[in-house]
Each structure stands twice: as structure tokens, then as C-alpha cells.
Design a protein around this ligand. Structure first.
Ligand SMILES: Nc1ncnc2c1ncn2[C@@H]1O[C@H](COP(=O)(O)OP(=O)(O)OP(=O)(O)O)[C@@H](O)[C@H]1O
Ligand SMILES: [Mg+2]
Length: 374
């Protein structure tokens, strides 16, 4: 198995837009000095009230994109629109955007209420009215009555909720969140994911949520944008990104996958290591063929004569080489001759278990083989 990319994962990929666009990025570009662009002609349309997850490896340009939308970083080229307004060159405080960063960035010398009210007092709203609205925002994030505390007297999760209340209090048209949960422990993260999603839906606020956690992107968001090298490798609903990745890069970045090298035999058939499999999607003009199969889409059955198996599935004999117990799943490494594939099966007392050295049949449906050029 190999995981190399032989071509740019963003060449000629479909980037879909939502119907009613509210936030529009038109070929926005950020170039530092004479380096190649950090964000490169990025197009994106997001519908009103939608939650977009921006996902991608470290350094791919997620924060840069967010900072350009917020106006904290000037764009080198392109346009940013909210509704019909071109906000590309407006200063940050005129963009009507709420921002939450990974490190809560609360003012330590102010109490929680003053922290949340800050954006309002800056906009010339009186102190009493600002504090009243701050208390309302604290109720929205389920922290009523904590306005008098100092930030350091709150837990990490509570501080992040204060940061969220501070962003929401100005009633922004757009909310931008840059890895807001990455400093929280796993359990709190799960809880905050649900809370942020609930608040976002309650307020109907259009939101861009940067993360490099794929679970976060898939579970919370209406749309997921996968970035690579300053460009969008794919934009789509979570299920679309997972089930129909536009490139091998997206298939590997979102979810686990086996990668096999093959060649096309016919429109409906590929060959991998001498054996033929039913698989559509490969194109004759491709320079090479790589196949992705998700480990949990392969099932293991006891070894038997392949001719006795249904022709509706693909099947290969393998030898169990290693087993890892990961609580909810068992991960098998199965040697199929030309490669070692990973197979994941849910654990459960009624399930058949195999041992290292067992001969098994690996079976999967043709539609679970995703073909890519490479
Ligand atoms: N002021 C700067 N001058 C030059 N290069 C910069 C500057 N700021 C950021 N970069 C580069 O731009 C690239 C994208 O950075 P960015 O912070 O947008 O990545 P990211 O996707 O948010 O990554 P992470 O997941 O690690 O937060 C990186 O290679 C970074 O080194
Ligand atoms: Mg970042």
C-alpha cells in the first residue's frame, strides 16, 4: 500500500457552490513577498445561515483565509462579498463579523461581563446597555450570572464560551471560528461542538469554522471545504466529501483509507496484483490508477472457495498478519499478496474473531472502490 500523490490534488476539481450565496469569496489570493501564494484564487459561496467547516492540513491557508475575511490581513487579489456588499477593503470593525480564536484572547484585567461588552462599548454604546446585552449573550452561551468573575476564575470551556459570547454580542452578520475547540479536552470538545452548533442554528448565523479535526467538520457542518496548498480541493456536504471524495488527497485526509495500485481492464473492471475486480470510475486515458477502499467497508469471512461467493461482491483471499484492538473496532492487517490492507470490524461478543495466521476472505462492494488517477 502506498500513500503518495503523483499529481496535484486540486487540479480541475469541481468546487460546488450553495444556491443562495451570502458569503462569497471570488478568487481571493494572499501572497507574501515573492513566495508562491499562500491562498491561491480561492472561490467559495456560502448560503445564509449555513455552517461551513474549513478543513485541511497544517499550513494549507485556513487561518490566512479567515483573517482575510475578517479584514485582519489585506488580500493580494480577488473580492470578498457579504450579500451584495463588497467588503474587500473595509476595515475589520466595519465588516460586522464576530471572531473567535483558538486561544480565547480574553482581557485578563476585565471581568467576564466587561470582556463580552467590549465590542459594544467600542461602538459607542453606553456602559449599562452594553452590560445588559453582554448578560444576554452570556445566557445564550449558558453562562448566566458569571459576568462579575475574572477570566482566570473560569475553566477552559467556560472561557471559550465567553469568547463566543463576545463575538455574538455585536450581532454579527458572519461568525468566524478558528479552531475554537482545540485547547479543550476530548469530552468538553464533544459537548462544545453540540453547543456551538445549537447556538449557530438558534441564531441562524452564517459561520465559517476552521478546524483540522475531520470529526468536527463532518459532524457539525452543513458544508465542508477541504483545503490543500492554498486552494479548495473540494467543497460539499459532509456525506459527499466522505462518500465521493474528489481526489485521493481528500479520500485520505477525510477518514481512513487503503490505497492500492491497479490498472484498468475495461469500463467495469480493474486489475490489482493479478486479480480482477468489479470497479467503475477509472478512465482509459489516465496515466496510472489508484484505488481507495475504506477499511470498514471490507468484511472478513471465513476462508472458502472463491467460486462459492456471490459475484455481486469483490473478493480476495488474505492472511491475517496483525490485529489491533481499539475498543469499538478491531483493526486487522490482512496480507493479500500484492499489498497489506487494513480491515476494521466492530467489536461485539457475537462477532466472529480471527487470529494472526488465519486465512480469510476479504469482501467488499464494487461501489466501495473509489478510482483516481495517480
Ligand atoms: N506573515 C507571514 N509571512 C509569510 N508567510 C506566512 C505569514 N503568515 C503565514 N504564513 C505562511 O502561510 C501558510 C499558511 O498559514 P496558515 O496560518 O493560514 O495555515 P493554517 O492552515 O491555518 O495552519 P494550522 O492548521 O497550522 O493553523 C504557512 O505556510 C505559513 O507559514
Ligand atoms: Mg491556523
Amino acid at each position: 500500500m502506498q500513500t503518495t500523490l503523483s499529481q496535484s490534488p486540486v487540479d480541475s476539481l469541481p468546487v460546488r457552490s450553495s444556491d443562495a450565496s451570502f458569503l462569497r469569496l471570488e478568487a481571493i489570493t494572499k501572497q507574501y513577498g515573492s513566495n508562491s501564494p499562500t491562498v491561491d484564487r480561492l472561490d467559495l459561496n456560502l448560503g445564509k445561515g449555513q455552517l461551513l467547516g474549513l478543513l485541511g492540513p497544517s499550513g494549507c491557508g485556513k487561518t490566512t483565509t479567515l483573517r482575510m475575511i475578517a479584514g485582519l490581513l489585506p488580500i493580494s487579489a480577488g473580492r470578498i462579498l457579504i450579500g451584495d456588499n463588497d467588503i474587500s477593503h473595509l476595515p475589520p470593525h466595519k465588516r460586522d463579523i464576530g471572531l473567535v480564536f483558538q486561544n480565547y484572547a480574553l482581557f485578563p484585567h476585565m471581568n467576564v461581563g466587561e470582556n463580552v461588552a467590549f465590542g459594544l462599548t467600542m461602538r459607542g454604546i453606553g456602559k449599562r446597555e452594553s452590560l445588559r446585552r453582554a448578560e444576554e449573550a452570556l445566557e445564550t452561551v449558558r453562562l448566566p450570572g458569571l459576568g462579575k468573575r475574572r477570566p482566570k476564575e473560569l475553566s477552559g470551556g467556560q472561557q471559550q464560551r465567553v469568547a463566543l459570547a463576545r463575538a455574538l454580542v455585536i450581532k454579527p452578520r458572519l461568525l468566524l471560528l478558528d479552531e475554537p475547540l482545540s485547547n479543550l479536552d476530548a469530552q468538553l470538545r464533544d459537548q462544545m461542538r453540540i453547543e456551538i452548533r445549537d447556538i449557530q442554528q438558534l441564531l441562524g448565523i452564517t459561520t465559517v469554522f476552521v478546524t483540522h479535526d475531520q470529526t468536527e467538520a463532518l459532524t457539525m457542518c452543513d458544508q465542508v471545504g477541504v483545503m490543500y496548498g492554498g486552494r479548495l480541493a473540494q467543497l460539499g456536504a459532509p456525506e459527499e466529501i466522505y462518500e465521493r471524495p474528489a481526489s485521493m488527497f481528500v479520500a485520505q485526509f477525510v477518514g481512513r483509507t487503503n490505497v492500492l495500485t491497479g490498472e484498468q481492464v475495461s469500463h467495469q473492471q480493474v486489475r490489482i496484483g493479478g486479480a480482477r475486480y468489479r470497479c467503475s470510475g477509472a478512465r482509459p486515458h489516465w496515466r496510472g490508477l489508484k484505488i481507495a477502499i475504506r477499511p470498514h467497508r471490507i468484511s472478513l469471512t471465513p476462508n472458502r472457495d472463491p467460486s462459492l461467493l456471490s459475484t455481486a461482491t469483490n473478493c480476495v483471499q488474505g492472511l491475517v498478519a496483525a490485529i489491533t484492538y481499539i475498543g469499538d473496532v478491531l483493526q486487522y492487517e490482512v496480507d493479500i499478496g500484492c499489498a497489506r490492507i487494513r480491515v476494521e470490524t466492530p467489536t461485539g461478543s457475537s462477532r466472529l474473531r480471527y487470529k494472526v495466521g488465519d486465512l480469510v476472505m476479504c469482501e467488499w462492494l464494487p461501489q466501495d472502490m473509489l478510482a483516481f488517477e495517480g
